[in-house]
Write a protein that binds this ligand. Structure first.
Ligand code: SF4
Length: 382
């Protein structure tokens, strides 16, 4: 369990913004072990909330990515699991109820192919020997082969390849020994190619796994436009489910240790913009980039768009199509559907009617008409 603590405690580096917490004490561990088991609250793609163990199979790595605490040559105690060892430990955690899902990555030792084989062996033992049916997210190692990607897709609910940077030139500033196209982008393309040629029932749980990637935001002096251009491309071409943005934070004893940390608000704005691109019909041209091709930190990108395009020409809530409703601040995907449903029987005439549908009415008010009347004026009545 010491090994698990050593590995999972540093995985906060890869976390998706959720705070790390100690697991509730599972009975199958000794008091010392209970103190050392780490899991994270996480939300699955279907919205379900679970306690997720995020860890590495090994923190030994032969690569030397400039931002990474596990890079080769950095002086700290490395730890490694064998596949059956990790699978047995996770099974204990899962059986005790302390961890309901697992996100498994690894440092690279002996090449990407060999390391990927170990991750696949671990997943295989979990699924077959321990009959584990819960959430499994597998990281695809740089340099993996297509057959390995296929095997990962047959075992996991989600597979991911971290691009880290938006293109070859930027990646060279962060990870000079990773090859952007061959090692990182090509496996993402393979995942989509496999989805298009192999029916869903041949995969785990009879469905294709979702795909994710992660960028180190601000690590290579790239702009938000560069990050969101590649995100938009991935959304359209490889059906990316989620782009994660991790604001660069300097790690002691790495080549970038003196580079200033990136404002976490930048990470937040990138997430907001990526959701607009993925779910709300926004194009890159709709986003309010500054002269330096970054998003303003002090403005919600949806609000900034509405201020430019809707403030003087508000939309009539009782007539607007779904694609228009979801562009209004305060109205999400579910809210737009609720409006469409509600107005089949009644006209929506005031902000309280919107509030009842779960809309953040105050935010929507400046940009809508309710039965011909400017909603912003109604606000004063409340
Ligand atoms: S390959 Fe992964 S673990 Fe190794 S140094 Fe690069 S980012 Fe870190």
């Amino acid at each position: 369990m010491d090994t698990l603590k050593a590995l999972s405690s540093q995985m906060v580096f890869e976390a998706d913004g959720e705070p790390r917490v100690t697991a509730s004490a599972p009975d199958c561990f000794s008091p010392k072990e209970k103190d050392q088991a780490f899991v994270h609250p996480a939300q699955l793609p279907n919205g379900q909330k679970i306690m997720l163990l995020k860890t590495l199979l090994s923190s030994a790595c032969e690569r030397d990515c400039f931002y990474c605490p596990f890079r080769a040559g950095r002086d700290f105690r490395r730890a490694t699991f064998k596949p059956d060892e990790f699978a047995g430990l996770f099974n204990k955690l899962n059986q005790s109820g302390a961890a309901e899902g697992v996100f498994l990555s690894s440092g690279i030792a002996g090449g990407g192919i060999r390391t990927m084989d170990k991750l696949l062996d671990t997943a295989d033992i979990l699924r077959k020997k321990y009959k584990y049916r819960g959430y499994l997210h597998l990281k695809v190692m740089p340099g993996s082969e297509k057959e390995q990607v296929f095997r990962a897709m047959q075992l996991a609910d989600r597979v991911s390849v971290n691009l880290e940077a938006p293109n070859t030139e930027r990646l060279a500033k962060l990870a000079p020994h990773k090859i952007f196209f061959e090692e990182l982008l090509r496996p993402l393309k393979w995942i989509e190619e496999i989805r298009q040629t192999v029916p869903a029932y041949k995969f785990w749980n009879n469905r294709w796994p979702s795909t994710a990637t992660q960028f180190v935001a601000g690590g290579s002096d790239e702009s938000d436009l560069e990050l969101l251009t590649v995100t938009s491309w991935l959304n359209k071409n490889v059906r990316l489910k989620r782009a994660y943005f991790s604001a660069f934070h300097p790690i002691r004893d790495t080549p970038l240790e003196n580079k200033p940390a990136v404002d976490p608000m930048r990470e937040h704005r990138l997430y907001q913009a990526s959701f607009l691109l993925r779910d709300y019909g926004f194009d890159l041209e709709d986003l309010p980039f500054t002269n330096f091709n970054n998003l303003p930190l002090n403005a919600d990108p949806k609000q900034a768009w509405a201020q430019m395009y809707l403030a003087n020409t508000p939309l009539e809530i009782n007539k607007a199509g779904r694609h228009e409703l979801i562009r209004i601040p305060g109205i999400g995907l579910k809210g737009a559907d609720a409006i469409l449903n509600a107005r089949k029987s009644n006209k929506l005439r005031d902000l309280s009617a919107l509030k009842k549908l779960g809309i953040i009415a105050e935010r929507a008010a400046p940009y809508v008409l309710l039965d011909g009347r400017k909603a912003a004026l109604q606000l004063a009545l409340f």
